[in-house]
Design a protein around this ligand. Sequence first.
Ligand SMILES: Cc1cc2nc3c(=O)[nH]c(=O)nc-3n(C[C@H](O)[C@H](O)[C@H](O)COP(=O)(O)OP(=O)(O)OC[C@H]3O[C@@H](n4cnc5c(N)ncnc54)[C@H](O)[C@@H]3O)c2cc1C
Length: 458
Amino acid sequence: MEVFKKHYVAIIGGSISGSEAANLLAKNGFRVVVFEMNKLPYGKIEDGLPSWHISLRDRQQKEIDKKLNQENIRFVPFTKIGNDIPFKDLVENWGFSAVILANGAWQDRTLSIEGINKFKNKGLIYQNDFIYWFNHKHEPDYNGLKFQIEDNAIVVGGGLASLDVVKIFMIELVKEKLKSKFNIDEDIFTLEKKGIDKVLLNHNINFNQLGINGVTLVYRRNAEDMPLKSPRDESVESLLKAKKVSGKLLNNYLEKYKFKFKPLSIPLDYVEENEKFKGLVLQKVMLYNGRIVPIENETEILYSNMLVSSIGSIPEKIEGLEYDYASLKMKEYTDYHVFGYNNVFAVGNAVTGRGNIQESKQHGKQITKQIIDDHLTEDAFEKWLVNLNDTIKTNVSKNIDSIINKIKNRDIQPDDIIQRIIDKTQELNDKNGYIDYASWIAKHTPVRLETLIKNNKA
Ligand SMILES: Cc1cc2nc3c(=O)[nH]c(=O)nc-3n(C[C@H](O)[C@H](O)[C@H](O)COP(=O)(O)OP(=O)(O)OC[C@H]3O[C@@H](n4cnc5c(N)ncnc54)[C@H](O)[C@@H]3O)c2cc1C
């Protein structure tokens, strides 16, 4: 099947799923522009995975580099679609034959307690901001939000990311107490890898000697309901096995990192004193046929100066796109073809809102293959044309008429459109001082904490 190789396809987001899509398109002869809002294209790998995942981070980043640093791919960093370039402008005026959203899920779900957001960044912290700070706070030129690690903090969540948050708290608290009380230097990497219990045992120190109360993870269900282990398939046996493993994993974490766990509790209200956040009121619940049912008159107050909400991330809304509550609205019967457009698609966390690296990679690959097969081949265009012919007289807009004329003339992206895409992206890159992929990445990769520790500078 012949592919129109002249096309320029735009991808929004250069991380796991975006680089996968770009690579597959480039390998199939398409030209690709990858717009990335940050200087680096690594998304959650750089700013979401806690920085102790050194080898996972380095391996994934190398893979992304290999995928993006190709002749057919123009990387346009530091350019946010929706801000620097309006989405509709990109789709309607730039002349791309397709636009693929691979922009992930970067907006924290809002904690649903009325009025609580007045404490945002003053007692209430959202997970994405918190992990970004944790990963970058050691950089000499870091000028983002700053947080203090507080003992007694509350973390509301239940997924892997919320466990990362409680681990960060406990590791930082123990590191500080080991230094201030015992003059012992332990870095976060050792504490994370060996576990707080083993590190303390090595120093012959009992956890109680540190004088740490500990952070509490609040979860609406039980430990075995946490999505810590994905079931192999949908069978009852696999589901039960995954539950058992999740329960075990949580117990291991509790032992290793010494935090507290409060299951079957949902945030109901907050405690305020002198306009400051002072605690969380929890509604106790039970599970009835898998459903969460509040237990009448059973509440509990956890007093604390700090609450971290880690209840999941959703795609950041982009003007020009429609959403069904938190999810990008898709065309009927598809889960990747974006509603309202013929040539806009979505891959990775932008669609799934969850999942791990492998799942996001797989999703990027599978869906891009489908986009190529179903929408970007000569056959696909012809099929599309034939299907359209029946309805064309009644309800097709002028815009589609002109597209069809272009398709008939095999003239979807004539040279002047291609040249305009090249000129416009060049202009953006000139403004940012971007010359080529490798030198840009080298210039903007921040100093790593492990390097500072190795050189005794942290
Ligand atoms: C705290 C945390 C810990 C995790 N730990 C693990 C783990 O240990 N193992 C694992 O396998 N998975 C883990 N994951 C999941 C994994 O990181 C994601 O599944 C994966 O990174 C999703 O890839 P993606 O490309 O779809 O999205 P992202 O990685 O989020 O990439 C989206 C990209 O789009 C860019 N972008 C967003 N909006 C725009 C815009 N408007 N214009 C231009 N660019 C834009 C972003 O800057 C980003 O580069 C974790 C996730 C979190 C949040």
